[in-house]
Design a protein around this ligand. Structure first.
Ligand SMILES: NC(=O)c1ccc[n+]([C@@H]2O[C@H](COP(=O)([O-])OP(=O)(O)OC[C@H]3O[C@@H](n4cnc5c(N)ncnc54)[C@H](O)[C@@H]3O)[C@@H](O)[C@H]2O)c1
Length: 224
């Protein structure tokens, strides 16, 4: 049986989701797309997808069992809650929320609705990450005491909403969550302390230079 999927947000990532689902996952059917921008709706139509006339129409579609959210970060919580209230399962883009309290609200809403809730943390399957992980697991480099994981952009990496704080902009929420997630996936220990330094170098208000240090139970340290 095919699962019907409604996609919210047809920008860079949403259009990628739609294309990948159509090409590669035959047991999921993209039922349709909702985006607040006319231009994005037009593009979705041109690419052969059904476009809803409103969010309510998507959420009211009985063929949609699963909603994927690929909007700017500040919209993840209200859209996920609306989807749960409409009785849908949700896959949300990263960062799932802007803070832990928001994530708790979203999780509570999914439990109340009895629906599944997951986050698209796709970089757990990156080839470079998987190579490092398997080297650590095999023991060929011994037990690490310090791990450094970094992403470097150039010029102004934060464009559009990514440079606006209240929309969930900044490197910590953009790339930081991927690298922290990889560490949490790879190191089977609890984190006992966290430090962070967020700077605006070129950006006006959101961190475009972010450093996070994590110390694990065994004393292992990681710098993101
Ligand atoms: N997992 C990954 O590797 C990865 C990569 C890129 C982006 N993302 C995530 O995907 C999300 C979208 O990023 P993007 O790069 O596609 O941004 P984008 O700006 O290219 O696209 C966002 C789209 O959402 C639409 N939108 C905004 N508010 C909306 C609302 N309330 N309802 C419906 N549509 C709305 C916009 O019109 C736009 O078309 C972000 O959460 C981002 O962190 C994840």
């Amino acid at each position: 049986m095919s699962i019907g999927l409604g996609l919210i947000g047809y920008g860079g990532m949403g259009s990628w989701h739609a294309e990948m689902l159509r090409e590669k996952l035959k047991d999921i059917t993209v039922e349709g797309i909702w985006d607040i921008r006319e231009e994005a709706r037009q593009k979705a139509k041109e690419n052969g997808f059904k476009v809803y006339s409103s969010l309510d129409e998507l959420l009211g579609d009985k063929n949609v069992q699963l909603v994927t959210i690929a909007t700017p970060n500040d919209w993840h919580k209200p859209l996920a809650k609306a989807a749960f209230e409409a009785g849908k399962n949700v896959v949300c883009e990263k960062p799932v929320s802007l803070c832990a309290a928001d994530l708790q609200e979203m999780t509570d809403a999914s439990v109340k609705a009895g629906k599944l809730f997951s986050v698209h943390q796709n970089r757990r399957w990156d080839r470079d990450y998987k190579m490092v992980r398997s080297m650590l697991e095999s023991g060929i480099i011994g037990k690490p005491y310090f791990i450094e994981s970094r992403v470097l952009g150039s010029r102004r990496v934060l464009f559009g909403w990514r440079g606006v704080k209240k929309e969930g902009g900044g490197m910590l929420l953009d790339w930081g969550v991927h690298l922290i997630d990889q560490l949490m996936d790879m190191i089977d220990e609890k984190v006992v302390s966290v430090g962070a330094s967020l700077q605006e170098v070129y950006a006006d208000e959101a961190d475009d230079n972010c450093k996070v240090t994590l110390t694990f139970e065994s004393g292992l340290q990681a710098l993101v």
